[in-house]
Design a protein around this ligand. Structure first.
Ligand SMILES: Cc1cc2nc3c(=O)[nH]c(=O)nc-3n(C[C@H](O)[C@H](O)[C@H](O)COP(=O)(O)OP(=O)(O)OC[C@H]3O[C@@H](n4cnc5c(N)ncnc54)[C@H](O)[C@@H]3O)c2cc1C
Length: 438
C-alpha cells in the first residue's frame, strides 16, 4: 500500500510544524527506505509476514550509491544505479511517501511534512546522512559547471566523468572534508580512476598536477590499508596535502581556498590553489530533524542517533533502534556495514517485542572497496571499532587485486539488489571456515 502525499521540499533549520491532517498507527515505523531501511524491513518480514510495518520515505527512487563512484569513473551510467522505490519496498509494508520533519519519542510519534502524525510501538531511524553543501562557501552555486564536481550526488556524478574524460591538463584537485562522511574511500577512488584516464591520453598526465587534500594526516583510518595507499600515491606521483580543509570555491577565478590546520585541528593559515577540475567530497552530518530531536547524541555537532554500539538500541528510548549513516555507530559509514547491522536490529527488535533479552551484537564490521585503478581494487574490510583488518575471502585483503575490481563492478551491485535488500544471508558466512585470518 502507498500513502502518497505532497512533493518533498527543502526543510530549513527553523521548521514550522504543519497542522495534523491525519493520525496513523503502526506496530513498527521505519524512517528511510535506503539501504538500511529496506534491508531491515525485509529481514523482519522474512521472520514474520504479519508484522505491521510502515516505511516513511519521500523518494520515488532508490539509489545504489556505491555505483556513483563508478559513474564518475565512466564505468556505469547513472541509470545503472537507480531503481523505482516501489520495486524495492517489501510488498507487505505500507509506504508513506512523505518526509519526516519532527520526532517525538516521548509520545511514540513522528510528524511528516504533509501533516501525518504517525504513531508507533517501535521505531527504526535510518534516513541516511545529510550533505551540508553550504559549509563550503561558493560550492553549491559552482557545482556542475566550469570544472567543479562531486560523486556525492547522482546529479553531478555523470559530470565527474565528463570532466575526467575531456581533461586536457592542469590542476586536478580532489578533496576530503573535515566531518565524518559516508564511504571514506570515495574521495580518493575517483582520483585513481582520473589518474588512469589522464595517463591513457598522450601527454595529459605529464601536463597535470593531481592533488589530494585532507584535514587528516593519513590516507585511511586502518594503518595497513593506509600504508598500501601511500605506495599507490607514490607510484602515481600524486601530490598529497594533509591538514588542509576546503573552505571555499571561488568560481570566478577557478580557485579553491583551504584552511591549514595544526595537529589539534586549529586553523593556522590559509592557502589557495587554482583548479582546472576539482572533485569535492562535501561535509556531512545527521539530518537536521534528528539533530534537533531528543534522539540525537547530546552536545554533538553531527547529531547522530544515539544508540548502543553493539545492540543498536537507543540509549534512552528502548523502543527505538537505528543503523546506517544516520546512526552514532563509531565505524565507517558504508552499505557493507549495514549488511551486518540490519540483522542485529531485526533480531533485537523481535526479541524486545517478545520480552526477551537483546543478545544479538554488531561488531563494527565495515568494508570500503578501494578502487585504485580500472583493473585493481583493495577490498578493505575491517572492524571499525578497533581498526583491525578482516576478510570475508580466503585472501589477504591488504593487496590491490584484479579479482576485487571484478567483484566491485559486477558481484557487489548484484548482491545489493538481489540479496541484501531482500534480507538474504551475508555471503561471507558460507565460506567462513576458509576465510583469511591475520
Ligand atoms: C559516492 C559514494 C560511494 C560509496 N561507495 C560505497 C562503497 O563502495 N561501499 C559501500 O558499502 N558503501 C558505499 N557508499 C555508502 C553507502 O551508499 C551508504 O553508507 C548507504 O547507502 C547508507 O544507507 P542508509 O540507508 O543509511 O542511507 P541511504 O541509503 O542514503 O538512504 C536514506 C533514505 O532515507 C530517506 N530520507 C532522508 N530523509 C528522510 C526524512 N526526513 N524522512 C523520511 N525519509 C528520509 C532518503 O530518501 C533515502 O531513501 C558510498 C556512498 C557514496 C555517496
Amino acid at each position: 500500500m502507498v500513502i502518497s502525499t505532497i512533493k518533498p521540499v527543502e526543510i530549513s533549520d527553523k521548521v514550522t510544524l504543519p497542522t495534523v491532517t491525519k493520525t496513523l498507527n503502526y506496530q513498527i515505523v521505519i524512517i528511510g527506505a535506503g539501504a538500511a531501511g529496506i534491508t531491515t524491513a525485509s529481514l523482519l518480514f522474512n521472520q514474520n509476514h504479519f508484522l505491521d510495518i510502515a516505511i516513511i520515505d519521500p523518494s520515488d527512487k532508490h539509489y545504489y550509491q556505491p555505483g556513483w563512484t563508478l559513474t564518475g569513473g565512466g564505468v556505469f551510467q547513472i541509470e545503472d544505479t537507480v531503481r523505482n522505490q516501489r520495486d524495492v519496498i517489501p510488498q507487505d509494508a505500507t509506504w508513506i511517501k512523505d518526509k519526516v520533519i519532527h520526532l517525538d519519542p516521548d509520545h511514540n510519534q513522528v510528524l511528516t511534512q504533509a501533516g501525518f502524525l504517525v504513531r508507533y510501538d517501535y521505531l527504526i531511524v535510518c534516513p541516511g546522512i545529510q550533505i551540508d553543501w553550504h559549509l563550503i562557501s561558493g560550492l553549491k552555486e559552482a557545482l556542475g559547471k566550469e570544472g567543479v564536481t562531486t560523486n556525492y550526488s547522482p546529479r553531478y556524478a555523470p559530470y565527474t566523468w565528463e570532466l575526467i574524460r575531456n581533461f586536457k591538463g592542469g590542476n586536478a584537485l580532489f578533496t576530503f572534508p573535515n566531518t565524518p562522511i559516508k564511504c571514506g574511500g570515495a574521495p580518493q577512488k575517483v582520483m585513481y580512476m582520473a589518474d588512469d584516464t589522464f595517463r591513457l591520453k598522450w601527454g595529459v598526465r605529464q601536463r597535470t598536477n593531481v592533488m589530494f587534500f585532507s584535514p587528516g594526516n593519513r590516507m585511511f583510518s586502518v594503518p595497513e590499508y593506509s600504508h598500501l595507499l601511500e605506495n599507490v600515491i607514490k607510484e602515481r606521483e600524486i601530490n598529497v596535502q594533509f591538514r588542509h580543509n576546503l573552505k571555499a570555491i571561488i568560481a570566478e577565478t577557478k580557485t579553491a581556498l583551504f584552511d591549514i590546520l595544526d595537529n589539534n585541528g586549529n586553523v593556522i593559515d590559509q592557502v589557495s590553489y587554482p583548479y582546472d577540475m576539482i572533485h569535492v567530497a562535501p561535509p556531512q552530518s545527521a539530518p537536521d530533524f534528528i539533530k534537533h530531536s531528543p534522539l540525537a547524541v547530546p552536545n554533538n555537532p553531527y547529531g547522530w542517533v544515539d544508540i548502543d554500539a553493539y545492540t543498536l538500541q537507543h540509549k534512552r528510548y528502548p523502543n527505538v533502534f537505528s543503523l546506517g549513516d544516520a546512526s552514532s555507530l563509531p565505524t565507517s559509514k558504508t552499505a557493507a556495514a549495514i549488511r551486518k547491522q540490519a540483522p542485529v536490529v531485526a533480531k533485537n527488535l523481535l526479541a524486545l517485542m517478545a520480552s526477551k533479552p537483546l543478545i544479538s551484537q554488531y561488531d563494527g564490521y565495515t568494508c570500503c572497496p578501494l578502487i585504485t585503478g580500472y583493473d585493481r581494487t583493495i577490498m578493505a574490510e575491517f572492524n571499525g571499532y578497533n581498526t583491525t583488518v578482516i576478510s570475508s575471502f580466503p585472501l589477504n585483503p591488504v593487496k590491490e587485486r584484479a579479482i576485487m575490481w571484478t567483484m566491485k563492478v559486477t558481484a557487489l551491485p548484484w548482491i545489493y539488489w538481489n540479496r541484501m535488500l531482500t534480507g538474504d544471508r551475508f555471503e561471507g558466512e558460507y565460506i567462513k571456515f576458509m576465510q583469511w585470518k591475520k
